[in-house]
Design a protein around this ligand. Sequence first.
Ligand SMILES: C[S@@+](CC[C@H](N)C(=O)[O-])C[C@H]1O[C@@H](n2cnc3c(N)ncnc32)[C@H](O)[C@@H]1O
Length: 267
Amino acid sequence: MRSMAQNYDAGSLRAALTLRASLLGPARTRMLTEVELVRAGQVLHGRPERLAVYGVPAPQMIRRGLRLLGRTAVECSVDDSCAAVTTALCAYLADARELSPGFVADLFCGSGNLGRHVGTGLGLPVFAAELDPDVYAATRHNFEVMGIDVNLRHTDYRDLLAGLPPPREGDVHLVEPPWGSAYTERGLDLTVTSPPVPEILAAIRASRAGVPCVVVSQVAVVGPEDAVTLPTLARCFADARHLTVIRPPSPFPDEATVEFHVYALPG
Ligand SMILES: C[S@@+](CC[C@H](N)C(=O)[O-])C[C@H]1O[C@@H](n2cnc3c(N)ncnc32)[C@H](O)[C@@H]1O
């Protein structure tokens, strides 16, 4: 398995974009095989083991009984990134003693990996929404296999917001909608994701009766020429306070990097 993986074109952004298109296209809702998972880890993350969710690296997923669909292999936040985001949130909340968060809301949960990491790290219950029936079924199965305690619903994020416990200051909302056509070689335009980030932030605020919260949002910066991603992020969060940014190591540091931005969203 390892020697096969080494044949893949690791470190090539072109190879990554080609594989990404295939996993988001024909293989979108198909469960990946072990060979495909190893390949996805190698090509998208530089090493098979870096594609890891719930503490299980790609080469072990099938043996451990996990199911990852094509789209989720691309869209998931991997363990290393989730751990870094969780560490940053723990540090912020340890300092901000006036806050007393009551939950983590994973509004677009996909694999549910980010919500699970953050909820475990902060010791908070996690409420998660996933709209795609195939992703939902795979994630529910994976949670059962791994004994993960997340309140997962097959629903739209707005229904999840409507059914959350009473808001407390510092509740954490994870905002990772599908990028779709918002992601091009020019950058990621967060105003046209599906759904658009401004619409999601308005729905969060409407659900919170004036109580502020923390929001985590992921972006992809497409090289030093990218004049789209960070300006649209700043526009979407114009009235929020930027708390920190987490930049996990990228296999394509000069061409494409993922960043997680953490904001304090006013009520
Ligand atoms: C970028 S992925 C999220 C990745 C996730 N953070 C993870 O670690 O796997 C976005 C997910 O949101 C789901 N989704 C799209 N629209 C939705 C909606 N209106 N409500 C809830 N989930 C939605 C998609 O099916 C997809 O699985």
